[in-house]
Design a protein around this ligand. Structure first.
Ligand code: ZN
Length: 315
């Protein structure tokens, strides 16, 4: 049996970072909530990129699935050309400051995707139309849809191969897009009643340069609550580095699957958020969890039955 890499104990299984077809996932929000229930989660966080478009459908699926919904958004940020994703939880979805930032990011992504497809179509058999048909139903047209179009055209075996090749930030086909400054994003999220958590902050396989510690310190000043430590894009050394960074800055440590549905290997519940951090998010966020009838009671029963702390974080 594989050794658990996560020191937390779990009674309530919380996977707080997933994507639906409202951004670059393949499950509809309702399918995602149903899949979360099948994966044995108690709480699933829906965090599509720069949008809250999936919240209503996911919330409507909660009663039937019997799983609680943590509403969130993954906000694209960049500092000095280095990308950072900021998860925001339980913010007011109609906050004008956040809405303006989401809209600008979506526009910029769409323009960027268009430019990349233009470059790629010189060497690969794809068109903008092919990419759009992969992005059907999505609010954001992004690199995953270009990857799907490249796979559909037979140029690459899967999304990961396309991302490692022409879609990588080092590739000549890559085009940069506008993104919010991460410190400013923390301020905007808090102003909207949200709780900010930095996604996979030490994932060296995603990009060569990483956001420096000073930026995280400034983000902590601006209200950052936690760093995502337990994530498949962090190897053991990066998890240790992220955890040490969180401890130095007095931040919490989260974990998630970053599930995208079919096409990526991430499995729901493969990494989890500690319950203490969820409690903090609930205490500080403007919104509540969306819970099915009787959920609190069933959760209490589950906690009582766990006579031994359950080891976990990775399954
Ligand atoms: Zn994500």
């Amino acid at each position: 049996m594989a050794r658990c890499q996560n020191p937390y104990t779990w009674r309530v299984r919380i996977d707080p970072h997933t994507h639906s077809s409202c951004s670059d996932g393949t499950d509809t929000p309702a399918q995602l909530v149903a899949a979360a229930a099948r994966a044995g989660l108690d709480v699933v966080g829906l965090t599509d990129h720069d949008t809250t478009a999936g919240w209503a459908e996911a919330a409507a699926a909660v009663d039937r699935a019997g799983v609680a919904l943590l509403r969130g958004t993954e906000i694209s940020c960049a500092a000095d050309g280095v990308t950072l994703h900021l998860l925001s939880y339980l913010h007011r979805p109609d906050d004008p400051g956040l809405l303006a930032a989401f809209e600008r990011a979506r526009d910029s992504r769409a323009t960027r995707a268009h430019k990349m497809v233009e470059r790629l179509s010189d060497d690969f058999p794809i068109t903008w139309h092919d990419v759009l048909s992969q992005a059907e139903g999505s609010v954001t047209v992004g690199r995953p849809h270009i990857a799907d179009a490249l796979v559909a055209a037979g140029a690459f075996p899967d999304r990961s191969a396309a991302f490692a090749g022409p879609l990588s930030a080092q590739s000549p086909y890559y085009v940069h897009h506008w993104a919010l400054d991460p410190v400013e994003a923390c301020t905007l999220v808090r102003a909207a009643g949200g709780v900010p958590v930095a996604a996979h902050p030490r994932a060296g396989r995603r990009q060569r340069r990483l956001v420096p510690e000073e930026t995280f310190a400034a983000m902590a000043e601006a209200g950052l609550a936690a760093l995502e430590v337990y994530h498949r894009d962090h190897d053991a050394a990066e998890r240790a580095a992220a955890l040490a960074l969180a401890q130095r800055l007095g931040l919490g440590a989260s974990g998630s699957s970053d599930y995208h549905g079919a096409g990526k290997p991430n499995r729901l519940g493969e990494n989890l958020m500690p319950e203490t951090l969820l409690r903090q998010v609930l205490a500080e966020g403007a919104l509540d969890l969306v819970v099915p009838p009787g959920w609190e009671g069933r959760r209490g029963e589950r906690m009582e039955k766990a006579s031994q702390p359950l080891e976990g974080g990775r399954v």
